[in-house]
Design a protein around this ligand. Structure first.
Ligand code: SF4
Length: 366
């Protein structure tokens, strides 16, 4: 087992709830934010006393981490440094909304040790941002990127949403061109998934959400345009300039271990999976729910097939001390004939066409 260990910190607050979002987050509440910040510090202490490995990546996600306040975020990171051993090359990311952060705030984050920012841009078209009920406008994105660059950030990621109502091939191409012109290092391009219990779910008929064929067209267009713009695809939904793959997210997909702190945060540590329920109270009471053993062969295959490099048979053999299952290879050969899977000398991987139906193929293989 490799020595990688990711640390995820969940910040469950947003200034308002986006109508498509099912993440565990609550609208800004100053009193709760204060309590939560203190509880986070306690939880960091708890986990540092129960962890004997160095942290190789840290990721603040949400929610909207900046709602906690930049000083609070820096304080939480400083507590992590005080309590854990953090690898000197650790990637330290925080998600941010591209609203109104100023230069001084970016400088504080940079000086505190954050070295990567991930902005929830989604689109550069104001009519699409309006449908998503996002707080920012297209003009904000360029400004925050410039400020972040001036503060010293050399690793910036943008989220791009595919399949937004009214999105067209041309509006998506415009968003991708914007990413390219801003020279960001990384792009996460996710297809909008309409989650139950969200306003989008209730209103999906009137919203005119693109059907799965249109979504597939937009996805394939994004893959093609992003590659043309110099971003290579390394995972189903993730693209980067070479050397700027998200180290933290690779920890998940390569079936390495991580600890998640905060309500709804999941962990995989010492071979076990567990999580905090979606409840502030449970988190404050350190109520952790067991979720069985993790990291078995099937899970390893399922996660690695999300990556464009796919499964390397030698790595599999090394990890599990056995040959890769020939029944799976035989099944995969039938998908190869239809262009969904490709074999190389060292292993096999899903093709772009395969990524579109990855859940189905992976479930069938394992
Ligand atoms: S800002 Fe992000 S986490 Fe918050 S509601 Fe919107 S999509 Fe969800």
């Amino acid at each position: 087992m490799s020595k990688k260990l990711g640390l995820y910190i969940h910040i469950p607050f947003c200034s308002k709830k986006c109508p498509y979002c099912d993440f565990f987050s609550k609208c800004k509440d100053d009193k709760e934010i204060e309590i939560y910040s203190n509880e986070l510090l306690k939880s960091i202490k708890y986990w540092s006393n129960n962890t004997d490995r160095a942290i190789t990546s840290i990721y603040f996600g949400g929610g909207t981490p900046n709602i906690l306040g930049i000083d609070n975020l820096c304080k939480v990171l400083s507590e992590i440094y005080k309590n854990f051993t953090v690898d000197k090359n650790a990637e330290i990311t925080t998600e941010l909304n591209p609203t109104n952060s100023n230069f001084i705030e970016f400088k504080k984050l940079f000086d505190a040790g954050f070295n990567r920012l991930s902005f929830g841009m989604q689109s550069i078209n104001d009519d699409e941002l309006k449908i998503l009920n996002r707080e920012h406008k297209s003009e904000n994105v360029k400004v925050v990127i410039e400020k972040a660059r001036n503060a010293g950030f050399k690793n910036i990621s943008l989220d791009l949403m595919l399949g937004i109502p009214k999105q067209t091939k041309s509006s998506l191409t415009k968003s991708i061109k914007f990413c390219k012109d801003c020279h960001v290092e990384h792009i996460s391009a996710y297809i909008l998934k309409v989650e139950e219990n969200t306003p989008f779910y209730k209103n999906q008929r009137v919203l005119n959400i693109p059907d799965s064929d249109t979504q597939a067209d937009l996805y394939l267009l994004a893959c093609q345009e992003l590659e043309k713009a110099g971003y290579y695809q390394y995972e189903i939904s993730n693209f980067s300039k070479r050397g700027f793959e998200s180290k933290h997210n690779l920890t998940y997909w390569e079936c390495e271990e991580y600890i998640g702190i905060g309500p709804s945060a999941h962990s995989f540590y010492k071979g076990k999976r567990f999580y905090y329920p979606r409840s502030f109270k449970d988190f404050y009471n350190n109520k952790i729910t067991a979720d069985g053993l993790g990291g078995d062969e099937n899970e390893y295959i399922m996660l690695n097939l999300r990556l464009t490099k796919g499964i390397n048979f030698k790595d599999f053999e090394k990890r599990f001390s056995k040959k890769f299952n020939s029944n799976i290879i035989n099944k995969a050969r039938t998908y190869e004939k239809n262009g969904f899977i490709s074999f190389t000398e060292s292993g096999m991987h899903l093709t772009k066409k395969g990524f579109l139906v990855s859940n189905y193929i992976i479930a069938d293989l394992i």
